[in-house]
Design a protein around this ligand. Structure first.
Ligand code: HPA
Length: 251
């Protein structure tokens, strides 16, 4: 594995490990921002490109979205030479076609989070820095995922606006109405500040979102963890295949 230009996968709910990842070694790392959510797992999927895997909520899935140390996670990946990040995020569907189990490659974000440390650019600055975030995801990486999905006949919805909420509670029906009026198509709790921090570190970043449930008030059913996990299972099967195929193309 070369020291630079590594690709990383940040796994979310339901993807605390990658069954098809052949792990070569695990590394516990520390950063100036604290400890990342999990050790870094180095390996490859079905003989494809080398990859670094990080479990966003910890291997035991015990770190809730609002407690994730996003800076430590991104900093750890950056420090080991990662330049491209594919994030996997569980979401609730708002737009009519965002049914449970479907995969979405978002192209926009609206950030509704309120209590998270959302920048590396705080102290000891030689000058004030504002990143351009007009297009929060790497178009090149998104396109690669979308093209690979097409080749593999895996259905993905290729444009959507992601609403990032603070959590950990789910939204009210009125909040989802508001998000819909704002133009949001999916809602999740982990998309930000991860995407912005990746941009600050000049890493290409894209997300594969898995619809786990209809967002609050959009179906007659209560949103339970059991229902979320059940719906995620089918979607994550496709995510594993898609990631294997992406990592088997030249990156
Ligand atoms: N809202 C916020 N985050 C989520 C949801 C939801 O409905 N489903 C999975 N993550």
């Amino acid at each position: 594995m070369t020291e630079k230009n590594k690709i990383a996968i940040i796994g979310g709910t339901g993807l605390t490990s990658l069954q098809n990842l052949e792990i070569i070694r695990r590394e516990v790392v520390m950063t100036p921002y604290g400890e990342p959510s999990s050790p870094l797992s180095y390996g490859c999927i079905q003989g494809g490109t080398d990859v670094v895997f990080l479990a966003r909520h910890g291997h035991a899935h015990n770190i809730p979205p609002h407690m994730v140390n996003y800076r430590a996670n991104l900093s750890a990946l950056h420090n080991v030479g990662v330049t491209k990040v594919i994030a996997v995020n569980a979401v609730g569907g708002i737009r009519d076609d965002m049914s449970p189990g479907s995969l979405v490659i978002p192209d926009q974000i609206i950030d509704y989070t309120s209590r998270r440390i959302n920048t590396f650019f705080e102290k000891n600055l030689s000058h004030v820095t504002h990143i351009d975030f007009s297009y929060p995801y790497s178009n090149e990486l998104r396109q690669l995922i979308v093209d690979t999905a097409k080749k593999e006949t895996i259905d993905v919805i290729k444009e959507a606006t992601y609403a990032a909420t603070e959590g950990p509670r789910l939204e009210t029906a009125a909040e989802i109405h508001r998000l819909k009026r704002d133009g949001c198509d999916i809602v999740g709790m982990t998309g930000m500040p991860e995407a912005a921090l990746a941009r600050e570190l000049e890493m290409d970043y894209a997300s594969i979102c898995v619809n786990a449930n209809w967002a609050a008030g959009l179906s007659n059913e209560l949103i339970t963890m059991e229902a979320i996990e059940k719906n995620l299972d089918g979607g994550l099967e496709k995510v594993r295949d898609l990631l294997a195929a992406v990592l088997n193309t030249t990156l």
